[in-house]
Design a protein around this ligand. Structure first.
Ligand code: COA
Ligand code: AMP
Length: 625
């Protein structure tokens, strides 16, 4: 297929285009209503279709003769274990787990929170929920109890599944006490908590509420997949917005199944039997689309890795895995490659491994800087592609499409729009921008299948956050431009979201926490450049006149406060006390200017600034001259 004609058809006749793609999916009842526009500007895909995602990922693969093929290859240098599950073994595990969940009263539409590390049970739990039609919400293990409690209260789960611990390269992270604390904080109390006990650390169980997962599932009866409507939710994935309240991104079953199939085959060029490695965590959207659902629904072997790019045990780990599992293509975040490059700049460890199975590397989650891009391409001798997507879309918005001729790839850009996505650039007044002109990146409606069409229990917030600013378009929250050939360049978020080591975080939330300290009069938290993590937060605080606290004490209290409330992954390590903050005459803190000072960027002081001398004061505190 040719990229240009495919892309044009996807925009000119979206219903016909996606009806064709939907034929690749093994529905229980194939849809006849392909695209239904709703009055509020959102759309429903495949309204009368019926299917089950767990069936597509497991049972259907067995029916296609892949029962003995490895579905999930788990590799965990932090625990010293490796395990392989064939499609049949994985289906049997999932069916029994679903049976146990049903015996606890979990049914279609119920929510189940999964607070789990990167162990096979996390994938099994997701698939077991999908089998029952229960809606899972995976919470990343690096989040603190408070963040977990917020998600528990929003999702109101019937059941929570967790493990006794997670394993970082240097320490054991006890999950259960974090969950116990979250349940104390949360108003909503689920009837049961299932605990997977890991050998490194046993968790104590609260009688009556907590159940031993291993023991209970051993006696459970397997259950068959439940028939679901296309629009029934598969999962909720909470992601940072501009406020402290995360957004519950809702993924449907039908649109997602069609989108995953299209993405794995047409974008990533994978076919059944190939080995795919999505290097992420099940706590992020990439973990959902590219560790669990996408590769399995495409009949691929999916590698699931519990470890870091470095220090588990060294910067050669990724290449060892590529060689050992004969990985054909992988996804990872640029931050991981920067970490590897720092420790193995000349590829000494890389050269020890046979990478001949690898066809291509895909990077996303943050901008791929050109130096890392060139290094990776040189070292591996393979094509390295930047591509761009978000939790909201669930699959790539821009990417080179492996199976579409002429889709092209351009270093420095996150590449062209994938079929289905009408990517445009607008200025603040909603005027379309020409090639090379920067503005807000938007996507013309309808969004293609798989993209989020509502927020969990808050449709109004969805409309407000994404559809109202530019009528007829979805606002991505990213700024950038397109070049003459339609290649897209992402310049960064236009809101308070920052990206720390590929993790999306809200500076607004950190600011609320810092501002809540009794000694703080006002503050600004913003993202600054970091060599490895891309961005890290930096807080500037103005102390109250009557506060009796040393700067060092305040700094360590604020760092601890953010870690305690959001989690270690927030990485707020630097807090500086300043006399005042630069503001516009109307009192708005100029965060963008602060970021430029901290990043040594050249800029013209805005004319709206009340007193330009403040900028020199700040530069001195930040030691920027
Ligand atoms: N559970 C508990 N704690 C976690 C955690 C988890 N799942 N993940 C991270 N943390 C903790 C870390 O232990 C660390 O704690 P510390 O401050 O006490 O050291 C903190 O959160 C920050 O972690 P991280 O951002 O991972 O920093 P790092 O210095 O340990 O590692 C990298 C740096 C670049 C190696 C690492 O960030 C990385 O592998 N990034 C890739 C992430 C990725 O693949 N993202 C894909 C998203 S699509
Ligand atoms: P998340 O929802 O956590 O996947 O984060 C999505 C955000 O990460 C996007 O809105 C972008 O800001 C950023 N992002 C993802 N991929 C890229 C990329 N290839 N280049 C630049 N930014 C990216």
């Amino acid at each position: 297929m040719n990229y240009q004609s495919c892309y044009e058809q996807s925009l000119a006749q979206p219903a016909a285009f996606w009806a064709e793609q939907a034929r690749q999916v093994a529905w229980y009842r194939a849809p006849t209503q392909i695209l239904t526009p709703l009055a509020d500007g959102t759309h429903e895909w495949f309204a009368d279709g019926c299917l089950n995602t767990s069936y597509l990922a497991l049972d259907h693969q067995i029916e296609q003769g892949r029962g003995e093929q490895t579905a999930l290859a788990y590799d965990s240098p932090v625990s010293g274990s490796q395990q392989r599950f064939s499609f049949r073994q994985l289906r049997d595990e999932v069916a029994r787990l679903a049976g146990w969940m049903r015996s606890l009263g979990v049914e279609k539409g119920d929510r189940v929170i999964l607070y789990l590390p990167m162990i096979p049970q996390a994938a099994m739990a997701m698939l077991a929920c999908a089998r029952l039609g229960a809606v899972h919400s995976v919470v990343f293990g690096g989040f603190a109890a408070n963040e977990l409690a917020v998600r528990i209260d929003d999702a109101q789960p019937a059941l929570i599944l967790t493990a006794s611990c997670g394993l970082e390269f240097d320490r054991v992270v006890p999950y259960k006490p974090l969950l116990d604390k979250a349940l104390e904080l949360a108003r909503h109390k689920p009837a049961h908590v299932g605990v997977w006990q890991r050998p490194k650390l046993a968790a104590s169980l609260v009688p009556g509420r907590d159940l031993d997962w291993q023991r209970e599932v051993a006696d459970a009866q397997p259950v068959a997949p439940v028939e679901l409507a296309s629009g029934d939710p598969l999962y909720i994935m909470y992601t940072s917005g501009t406020t402290g309240r995360p957004k519950g991104i809702v993924r449907d079953n039908g649109g997602h199944a069609v989108a995953m199939r299209f993405a794995l085959e047409q974008v990533y060029g994978m076919q059944a039997g190939d080995v795919w490695w999505g290097i992420s965590d099940v706590g992020w959207v990439v973990g959902h689309s590219l560790i669990v659902y996408g590769p399995l629904m495409a009949g691929c072997t999916s590698v699931m890795y519990e470890g870091k790019p470095v220090r588990t045990p060294d910067a050669g780990t990724y290449w060892r895995i590529v060689e050992q599992y004969r990985v054909n293509a992988l996804f990872c975040a640029p931050t991981a490659m920067r970490a590897i490059r720092k420790e193995d700049p000349d590829g000494v460890l890389l050269c020890r491994h046979d990478l001949s199975s690898l066809r291509c590397l895909y990077l996303a989650g943050e901008k791929l800087d050109s130096s890392t891009h060139a290094w990776l391409q040189d070292m591996t001798g393979k094509p390295v592609h930047d591509h761009w997507w978000q939790t909201e879309t669930g699959w790539p918005v821009t990417a080179p499409c492996a199976r579409l001729e002429g889709s092209g790839a351009r270093a420095g850009s996150s590449n062209r729009a994938v079929p289905g996505y009408a990517v445009r650039v607008m200025d603040e007044e909603g005027r379309p921008q020409g090639a090379g002109q920067q503005g807000d990146i938007v996507i013309g409606l309808p969004l293609p299948p798989g993209c989020c069409q509502t927020l969990w229990r808050d449709h109004e917030r969805y409309l407000q956050a994404y559809l109202r600013t530019y009528p007829g378009y979805y606002q991505t929250g990213d700024g950038g431009y397109l070049d003459d050939d339609g290649f897209v360049y992402i310049m960064g978020r236009t809101d308070d979201v920052i990206n720390v080591a590929g993790h999306r975080l809200s500076t607004g939330e950190m600011e609320d926490l810092v501002a809540a300290h009794p000694a703080v009069a006002e503050c600004a938290v913003f993202g600054v450049h970091d060599e490895i993590k891309g961005q890290v937060p930096l807080a500037l605080v103005v102390v109250k006149d009557d506060a009796r606290i040393q700067a060092a004490q305040l700094q360590s209290e604020l760092v601890a406060q953010v870690r305690e409330h959001i989690g270690a992954l927030a990485c707020l390590r630097r807090v500086e006390v300043v006399k005042r903050l630069p503001k516009t005459r109307s009192g708005k803190i100029l965060r963008a200017v602060l970021r430029k000072i901290a990043d040594h960027e050249v800029f013209a002081p805005p004319s709206t600034l009340d007193d330009p001398a403040i900028l020199d004061e700040i530069a001195q505190v930040l030691d920027v001259h």
